[in-house]
Structure formats: structure tokens, C-alpha cells
Ligand binder design. Structure first.
Ligand code: AMO
Length: 443
């Protein structure tokens, strides 16, 4: 293992010998002196080498080093040992490393396949090179901090982490978005959500559970917010009285997540994306769907969907209204109509046309769906039949409700959507390590 100093730690070190390692960003090869900008995962630093040309004399090693630097290509991975020097005149961080030895671990092809202004598709073709950009590195650092804060909050609040199977015998969400695969002599389906299995933790007596894991949707759309594989952040809790209890947990979790990102990366995010991370205040605004329609109408926008669900423009305008009215980037849209919700959502006791459910919008886009679940098995079967489902196909799931189960509820949240909206990015492609869409299975 190379003992190396991370570039971000150089500034705090005293002058002296250091080893750094990373990739070459630029080489300035002048007659008398050579400059290499070396970047690692934490920052970039100037390496300087007094050039020794063959014509200069007899120092073969120095000539070889000079020639090696002349031959360095952008993207080559190198190890450098040299003398760290603090010098205010150096533009890049006020430090430089005077090269003593250079080891080229891997020389890159001279022509990088992408540039900063390449199209997003081209960049995704060469994602490993695209990810070298410092802003990209920051996206995934921020995501790591965000997930860590969620996990910490859950662990501190007695949740159990579960890992549910991604191979299933049936659909849990819309059948239209189901990937079917060959499974020995039969068929299996890729999990669209951990829905059924996180609910199973309730009769299992786990109380409160969470999972962060892949989910798959055979969704042929090419929008900025849809992928065929995404990371689903899920929680499910026992003993809820309504969806209100789920929202109360959900908002506290997001406050913790955004606070952590702001604390650790707020300045870097401001510098890289010109975005202020706003830690939301709880409770988040709540607006019933019917009222959301009225608000939009009053703003001159009629949601085109006959079924009443908000379309992307409706979501955008409603979020704008909430921002202006409450100064809030989040809004829970609640009490969705039964017709546009899955069979497992619990309905209002006094009005079966409405569900105890919500969507959470963040900066104009849906990031999450949550609900209280129907846990009375006879009602659940009737609701499934009403949606045209065959209860026989759901026997394993229905069994969860036949041997004792507490009232419960939970939510699913798309991690990439959260990151896209947190960092004001134009597409989830920008914040997905390796995007998967109808046209993309590589790299
Ligand atoms: P839903 O289907 O609304 O609900 O999904 C929950 C959240 O997952 C994200 N998401 C997606 N992200 C990227 N690409 C997609 N194709 C995609 N589809 C969904 C969104 C969405 O809000 N079982 C319920 C959750 C629950 O009730 O607990 C469910 O899956 O951010």
C-alpha cells in the first residue's frame, strides 16, 4: 500500500518530504521548468520539476524524469515524492511539491474521450472519467453523508435495518412496470419496491425497519427523473394511527439528512453548484390533493390528468406556491384518491374514496410516496379484487395479515431524486453512479 498524503491534508502539513498519488490534470512543459497539476480524490496540487534536458549534461536520472513528465498525458495515474513547500505566490492553494521522484503507474491514451462540454450521453459512456470531475466527487460525498445521517437517525431511534430480496414471485406495484426474468424452469420478477417485505417486518414484530437498496421499474420513459434501476430508501413502522405518523418520522429524518450535508459540505456545494443547502423546518407544510388542485386552478393551471394525480408541471407550480407562501422547499400532498393509489393503502374510515397517503415534493418534484397500510385482511382482499388483482397470486402477502399484525405505515423515497433536487441538478443521470435507462445498460 502506498503511504500517501491526501492532497487536502497538504496545506496543514509542515514543509518536508511527502508522497502524493493521483492523476494528471495538466502538464505545462517549459524549457527550464515543468509543472504538473496532480489531482486525487480530495483536491489538486501543483508539482514542479526543474527540467534537465539531455543537452544540459550528465544527470541521466534527472533527464529521464524530465522526459517522463514531458510524456505524461492527462488522466495518467502517478505517484510523486518530493518536498512540500508553502509559498503564497502559488495560486493553487499556496503550496507546491518539488518533485524528487516520479512513478508512472498507468499512462492514459493521449486523447481523452470526453471533455467538460461533452453531452450527458457521451459523459455517461465514459462515466469513470466523468466522475473524476471534482463536482461529481462532491455529489457522492454528499450522498454518503446524507445516507449516513439517515442511518444514524434510524439507529438512534431503534429501527432495524433489513435487506429484502430483489427476486420476487409477483409484482408489488403496477404490473406495467415489471421486469420479468427467466428463473430456472419458471419466471421471476425484479423487485419494484421492498413494499411487501418491509411490511412483513410488522407481523415479524420488528417494530420499525429501514432499507436502502436497488429497485427496478420497466419504465420506458426518458424523463429527467426516471431510471429503470434506482436506489429506494424505505422505512416502515408499527402502531401508526394514520399517515400523519409516517410523515412525522419522514420529516425528522430529512431534517437530520440535510443538516448533516449542510454541516459537512455546505461551503463546497455553494462553491461548486452555487446552491445553498437549506435545512427544512418541521413540520413540513401539508396540503390535501383536492386543495392542491384548487390552488393550482387559482394560479391558472388545470392539471390535465383525468385521474387527478399531479403532473410534473402541477408539481412544479405547487412547490413554487409553497415556497412563496411558507418559504419551504418541501410539501406533503396528502389524501390521494383511492383510484390512483395501490390496493394496500388504507382508506379513510369515513370516506373510502380517499386514502391515508401522501406524496412528498421537494423543489418541484415528487421524491416519495408514503401511506398507512390496510392491515385488516378481509378489507385488503376486497381492495385487491377491486383493483382487478387475483388474491390467489398474493397469498404469501395476505398471510402476513392472518396471524396477527399491528397497524403500520411507511414510505419509499428515490435517493437519486433527492440528490438531484438537493443539488439543483437537471437530471438524475448527473447524480447516479451508473445510470440505467431503456437505452443504457453500459458501462
Ligand atoms: P413509488 O412507486 O411512488 O412508491 O416510488 C417511491 C419513490 O421512488 C422513486 N422512484 C423512482 N426513481 C427513479 N426512477 C424511477 N423509475 C422511479 N420510480 C419511483 C420516486 C418515488 O417517489 N411502495 C411505494 C412506497 C411506499 O408506499 O412505501 C412505492 O414504491 O422518488
Amino acid at each position: 500500500m502506498t503511504e500517501r498524503t491526501l492532497v487536502k491534508n497538504l496545506a496543514a502539513r509542515e514543509d518536508g518530504t511527502v508522497t502524493i498519488a493521483g492523476w494528471v490534470e495538466t502538464v505545462r512543459d517549459q524549457k527550464k521548468v515543468q509543472f504538473v497539476i496532480l489531482r486525487d480524490e480530495t483536491g489538486s496540487v501543483q508539482v514542479v520539476n526543474p527540467a534537465t534536458r539531455e543537452s544540459d549534461g550528465t544527470n541521466d536520472a534527472a533527464v529521464a524524469t524530465t522526459e517522463a513528465i514531458s510524456g505524461l498525458t492527462t488522466g495518467s495515474f502517478v505517484r510523486v515524492t518530493g518536498e512540500l513547500k508553502h509559498d503564497e505566490r502559488v495560486k493553487l492553494g499556496g503550496i507546491e511539491v518539488k518533485l524528487a521522484s516520479l512513478e508512472v503507474a498507468s499512462l492514459a491514451f493521449p486523447e481523452p474521450p470526453i471533455a467538460d462540454d461533452s453531452s450527458i450521453d457521451k459523459r455517461l459512456d465514459w462515466r469513470f472519467i466523468d466522475l473524476r470531475r471534482p463536482e461529481q466527487n462532491l455529489v457522492f460525498r454528499a450522498q454518503t453523508t446524507f445516507e449516513h445521517a439517515l442511518r444514524t437517525w434510524w439507529v438512534d431511534n431503534d429501527f432495524i435495518e433489513i435487506h429484502t430480496p430483489k427476486l420476487m414471485a409477483s409484482a408489488s406495484e403496477s404490473r406495467a412496470e415489471l421486469f420479468e426474468i427467466e428463473y430456472f424452469e419458471g419466471k421471476a420478477y425484479l423487485a419494484q419496491s421492498p413494499q411487501f417485505f418491509k411490511q412483513m417486518a410488522q407481523p415479524a414484530g420488528f417494530g420499525k425497519v429501514f432499507e436502502i437498496a436497488p429497485a427496478f421499474r420497466a419504465d420506458p420513459s426518458f424523463t429527467s427523473r426516471h431510471a429503470t434501476e434506482f436506489t429506494s430508501v424505505d422505512a416502515e413502522i408499527s402502531w401508526v394511527d394514520s399517515h400523519e405518523d409516517v410523515m412525522a418520522m419522514h420529516e425528522q429524518l430529512l431534517v437530520a439528512g440535510l443538516q448533516a450535508v449542510k454541516d459537512k459540505h455546505g461551503d463546497a456545494i455553494k462553491a461548486a453548484f452555487d446552491v445553498d443547502i437549506v435545512v427544512p423546518t418541521a413540520p413540513f407544510p401539508r396540503i390535501p390533493l383536492a386543495e392542491a388542485h384548487e390552488i393550482l386552478k387559482a394560479h391558472g393551471y388545470e392539471v390535465p390528468r383525468a385521474d387527478g394525480d399531479l403532473d410534473p408541471e402541477g408539481e412544479r407550480q405547487l412547490s413554487e406556491h409553497v415556497k412563496e407562501t411558507y418559504g419551504h422547499e418541501f410539501v406533503f400532498v396528502t389524501d390521494y384518491a383511492t383510484g390512483i393509489r395501490p390496493f394496500y393503502h388504507r382508506r379513510h374510515d369515513d370516506d373510502a374514496s380517499l386514502t391515508n397517503s401522501y406524496d412528498l415534493l421537494f423543489n418541484g418534484v415528487e421524491i416519495s410516496t408514503g401511506a398507512q397500510r390496510e392491515h385488516r385482511v378481509d378489507v385488503l382482499i376486497a381492495q385487491a379484487e377491486e383493483k382487478g388483482m387475483d388474491p390467489k397470486e398474493l397469498e404469501f402477502y395476505l398471510d402476513f395479515f392472518r396471524h396477527g399484525v399491528p397497524p403500520h405505515g411507511g414510505f419509499g423515497m428515490g435517493l437519486q431524486r433527492v440528490m438531484m433536487l438537493m443539488l439543483h441538478q437537471p437530471s438524475i443521470r448527473e447524480v447516479t453512479y451508473l445510470f440505467r435507462g431503456p437505452n443504457r445498460l453500459l458501462p
